[in-house]
Design a protein around this ligand. Structure first.
Ligand code: NAP
Length: 199
């Protein structure tokens, strides 16, 4: 079994989280993920994959974070994006490819699977806006800060260290801004090392 979990299992006080870091969920969503992880990991053959924001396309065009941003811009809204909240976004196609490879490797335990770049919400928005404005869409954004935010608790830095997963994969997971700027997804060479009975 492969269970998809989230970078939000961490409280975001340090960032660059590895698989061995202690979890500290701040939301109900994250709490349920932590509880589910613990159930899933009772069987050592099961794999928990924690991922971050996934960039992708859905049939309804409203499920990915990128799709939500595009919808807002198409509606003429200006997005306020935090300059001090960090994630490790990853294209969903890389997540899918990596999961497919990991399924064949009989991995158990926890693996982090996220983009190679730690980016603020602001940097994510700028990278996406640069591409879309080149295609003629106006993408107004303004900087925000968690210091002025009064809503439910938000972890400031849940960037992930995905080096363990990367070492097992037959392709390189790029940084999100790097991938966007490259314009098209890189080719995926075959192969990669097997899980060495770790964790
Ligand atoms: N998207 C992200 O940026 C992100 C980031 C971190 C972690 N994750 C994790 O990755 C996983 C997938 O995320 P996602 O964004 O692809 O979610 P999603 O768009 O909400 O898709 C969830 C999928 O699960 C199906 N589903 C939900 N409840 C079900 C049930 N009771 N029985 C059978 N199928 C059910 C849904 O079916 P329908 O299509 O019929 O509703 C949908 O196909 C989730 O576990 C999420 O927590 C996602």
């Amino acid at each position: 079994m492969v269970f998809l979990s989230t970078d939000l299992v961490f409280d975001g006080q340090r960032g660059g989280y590895g698989e061995d870091c202690a979890v500290a969920p701040l939301s109900i969503y994250a709490e349920t993920k932590v509880e589910a992880e613990q159930w899933v990991l009772r069987d050592p053959r099961h794999l928990v994959v924690r991922t971050s924001l996934n960039h992708g396309r859905s049939t309804t065009a409203d499920r990915g974070f990128n799709e939500e941003m595009v919808r807002a811009w198409r509606a003429g809204r200006t997005l306020q994006l935090f300059r001090d909240e960090y994630r490790s976004p990853i294209p969903a196609e890389h997540t899918a490819r990596a999961l497919w490879e990991l399924l064949g490797k009989e991995c158990g335990g926890i693996l982090h699977l996220a983009g190679a770049q730690r980016l603020s919400r602001w940097e994510i928005g700028c990278a996406l806006a640069a591409i879309l404005e080149g295609e003629g869409l106006s993408c107004p954004i303004e900087p925000g800060t968690l210091r002025d935010y009064n809503g439910a608790p938000r972890p400031p830095d849940t960037s992930l260290d995905s080096s363990r997963a990367q070492a097992l994969l037959g392709f390189r997971i790029p940084g999100y801004a790097e991938w966007l700027a490259a314009g098209s997804p890189p080719a995926f060479p075959e192969s990669g090392s097997r899980c060495g009975g770790q964790r």
